[in-house]
Design a protein around this ligand. Structure first.
Ligand code: R5P
Length: 225
C-alpha cells in the first residue's frame, strides 16, 4: 500500500475550478500533482499553479499544468506540500529536498496550506529530522564553524561530492540537533544570524494535515481533533 499516494491524491480533492494552487515539492505531493493533472486533462479542471522548485515546475509543465511565477499572482488559494516531520500543532521541518525557501515563500502567500505526509512523519517534538538551514555561499564556512561551536552538529549538504545548490543559488547546512525543545525561540535565534537566508522550520503555517495510512487518508484540521 503506497501511503504517500493515498495522502497525495486525497489532497487533490481540496482543489476547485478557478483556484490558484501552490504546488509543493517531493515524493508525496508528486501524487497530488499527478492527480491534478489528470483532473485538468479528463474533467477540464481549470487552475493556475505556482511552483516551489525547478523540479516541480518541470513535472508540472510536462503534465500540461499552467505554471505562473509567484510574482504574477496576487495570492494563492491553496498550497499543497509535503513535510519531513510534523508535530501535533502542525509545526514541521521541511527542506529534505532542498526546496525550503521557495516552499516557505509560497506558503506565506497562500490562504490555505495543506501538508501531505505518511504516518512515519508524525513526531512528538521536532528535531529528529536534521534541520536544513539555507545560507549565503559567500559566508558558508564561517556559518558552518559557528554552528559547530554552538554544538548544532552541522553537515554541509552535498550531492555527488559537489556542494548542493538550491534553486535560489544558496547552500544548505543541515543541523543534527536532536529534540528541539523551544522551536519558536530557536527559529528566531537562527534567523537572526547574518547569512542565514531561511530555515526549514515551518511554524504556524499549516491549516490542514492529510496523513496517509494503510486503510486510507486521515484529514486533520488545525485545532480540531
Ligand atoms: O525540500 C523538500 C520539501 O520540503 C519536501 O516537501 C519534504 O522534504 C518532504 O518530501 P517527501 O514527501 O518526498 O518526503
Amino acid at each position: 500500500m503506497n501511503t504517500k499516494k493515498i495522502a497525495g491524491e486525497k489532497a487533490a480533492e481540496f482543489i476547485e475550478n478557478g483556484m490558484t494552487v501552490g504546488l509543493g515539492t517531493g515524493s508525496t505531493v508528486y501524487y497530488t500533482i499527478m492527480k491534478l493533472a489528470e483532473r485538468v486533462r479528463k474533467d477540464g479542471l481549470k487552475i493556475r499553479c505556482v511552483s516551489t522548485s525547478s523540479k516541480t515546475t518541470k513535472l508540472g509543465e510536462q503534465l500540461g499544468l499552467e505554471i505562473f511565477s509567484l510574482n504574477d499572482v496576487d495570492y494563492i488559494d491553496v498550497t499543497i506540500d509535503g513535510a519531513d516531520e510534523v508535530d501535533k500543532n502542525f509545526n514541521g521541518i521541511k527542506g529534505g529536498g532542498g526546496a525550503l525557501l521557495y516552499e516557505k515563500l509560497v506558503a506565506f502567500a497562500s490562504k490555505k496550506v495543506i501538508w501531505v505526509i505518511d504516518n512515519s512523519k508524525k513526531v512528538n517534538k521536532l528535531g529528529k529530522f536534521p534541520l536544513p538551514v539555507e545560507v549565503v555561499p559567500y559566508a558558508y564556512t564561517h556559518l558552518f564553524n559557528f554552528f559547530m561551536e554552538s554544538g548544532f552538529n552541522p553537515v554541509l549538504r552535498e550531492i555527488d561530492e559537489e556542494i548542493f545548490k538550491t534553486d535560489g543559488g544558496h547552500y544548505i547546512i543541515d543541523l543534527h540537533m536532536g529534540v528541539i525543545d523551544n522551536p519558536y525561540e530557536f527559529s528566531l535565534k537562527l534567523k537572526d544570524i547574518p547569512g542565514v537566508v531561511d530555515i526549514g522550520m515551518f511554524l504556524d503555517m499549516t491549516d490542514v494535515l492529510i496523513v496517509g495510512n494503510e486503510d486510507g487518508a486521515i484529514v486533520k484540521l488545525k485545532n480540531k481533533e
